[in-house]
Design a protein around this ligand. Structure first.
Ligand SMILES: [Zn+2]
Ligand SMILES: [Zn+2]
Length: 467
């Protein structure tokens, strides 16, 4: 079946999965003259050596049966089309078992027509071919320079070993030092509110609730967890963001935390505990749910029980809005997030996730529709870096770009889940922040957009919430 590039933009493209198709385009690889078995195919001639459009709908990853040589006039290929949902490098389409068709580019498929098609594709930015190449030292140094004194932010972190609660006196690991070295200004430092009631299952790949906590148990646990967090803050001389003024004064030379809880389970259904958390523990961001369906609503990783957000969950959002606590809807179902967006009067945070075209059942990833609900509140979505999704900082930057393609560059940030992942991480230390900046710039983001992604977007949302 003959297809063209506009077909790949249409909903019906997903139905072409597995079909044998033929398509015309231009080959992009690491060498414009050499025949290759693996390369990218794009809909218009490349503007420079090894350039790829950032838009995943405007390129196809090709695996050929025998090496194919690039042709300045374009090529016509046939193969089996694969439509991907969760590709770690951000490819949406692959052409497998591909071979070149004898007939060259069809008459009329001129460069000008291709460029007109390109405009249609919205190819606003072109980026160097990102085949998991680590940024080099010079690129990292330049990116660090471009970061300047940006207020960088991590929307979700357990850095410092703050959640090692099984041994409450376990020594902390350095948090302030790597933040200073990598120029990370503000980290949303989270306790885990439902930790006593959840455990890894299914070969350590998934976390699930395994028992019902006793009345008062999770409140008492949170008291101890926040005490350990305060201890870490004092020991490493971290700043604590308690309001808009402190947030405005944040600076990468003075590492700060914004205190948060992953799960509002310690409320145990009592609204006045929102005020207690604000006053006693300086909580300024609250994630409504975690791995346990709690009093506030449903989660992505268990069957729904509440049809999204509960009435209590809505009350908590209103109280957070009134007090100046940022609401984090990470781990919530799409219906929870929809209802939260209706209730909140302030922009939402979804602190750690990543994009999937159609997330599977119980997936922690989110669809474009889910992401747009957050974006429409003026909010921001932190991209989550488990090594099982993104193998390195370049792939992680591609994941940020993919979400930016879905919701716009004003609504994406970092959500490292530092020291909270079951797997390794594409962002294992804050010292890697300039490398991430370099990877984003290599991907085609300009310096201003790179700074938004690294913290500017979160700063905007935080200032709209904090008092
Ligand atoms: Zn989480
Ligand atoms: Zn976490």
């Amino acid at each position: 079946m003959r297809i063209d590039w506009t077909d790949l933009r249409a909903e019906r493209a997903a139905r072409l999965h597995g079909a044998t198709v033929d398509i015309e385009g231009w080959i992009v690889s690491d060498d414009p003259l050499a025949a290759r078995e693996r390369f990218a195919l794009i809909g218009e001639p490349s503007c420079c050596l090894a350039c790829l459009p950032r838009d995943p709908l405007a390129r196809i990853e090709v695996f050929a049966t025998t090496p194919i040589k690039p042709d300045g006039n374009g090529v016509r290929l046939t193969g089996r089309l694969a439509c991907l949902d969760d590709d770690e490098m951000g490819w949406r389409y692959q052409l497998r078992d591909a071979r070149a068709l004898a007939s060259p580019v069809a008459p009329g498929f001129t460069r000008r027509a291709a460029l007109a098609g390109g405009a249609l594709f919205g190819l606003s930015s072109w980026a160097p071919l990102a085949l998991a190449v680590e940024p080099d030292a010079a690129a990292i140094a330049a990116a660090r320079e471009a970061m300047g004194d940006t207020v960088t932010a991590d929307l979700h972190s357990h850095g410092g070993g703050v959640i090692r609660m099984r041994e409450p006196n376990a020594p902390f690991v350095p948090l302030a030092a790597p933040m200073r070295e990598g120029r990370m200004a503000v980290v949303c430092l989270a306790i885990v509110a439902d930790a006593p009631a959840i455990a890894p299952s299914d070969n350590n790949t998934r976390i699930r609730p395994y028992r019902t906590p006793a009345q008062g148990e999770l409140y008492n646990y949170a008291t101890l967890a926040f005490a350990r967090l305060q201890h870490l803050v004092r020991e490493q001389n971290l700043g604590v963001i308690t309001g808009a003024a402190a947030m405005r004064a944040a600076h990468p030379d003075r590492p700060s935390v914004l205190i948060t809880s992953e799960g509002a389970d310690f409320l145990e259904g009592r609204i006045e505990r929102v005020d207690e958390a604000y006053e006693k523990w300086n909580v300024r961001q609250l994630q409504l749910t975690h791995y346990r369906v709690n009093e506030l609503g449903d989660i992505q990783t268990e069957p729904s029980e509440h049809d999204g957000l509960t009435a209590f969950g809505a009350d908590v959002i209103r109280r957070c809005n009134a007090r100046g606590i940022i609401v984090d809807v990470a781990h919530g179902t799409t219906s929870l997030v929809r209802r939260a967006a209706e209730v909140t009067t302030k922009p939402l945070v979804l602190s750690h996730t990543s994009f999937a075209t159609t997330p599977g059942r119980f997936s922690r990833l989110i669809s474009a529709e889910h992401a747009r609900v957050v974006a429409r509140t003026g909010g921001v979505i932190g991209i989550w870096p488990p090594a099982t999704i993104f193998k390195d900082v370049t792939a992680y930057a591609a994941g940020m770009a993919r979400m930016a393609d879905a919701v716009g560059v004003d609504h994406v940030g970092i959500g490292s889940d530092m020291m909270g992942l079951l797997s390794g991480s594409a962002l294992p230390s804050y010292t890697r922040l300039p490398a991430l900046a370099a990877a984003l710039m290599a991907r085609g983001f300009n310096a201003a957009d790179m700074r938004k992604l690294l913290g500017g977007n979160y700063l905007r949302v935080a200032l709209a919430n904090l008092t």
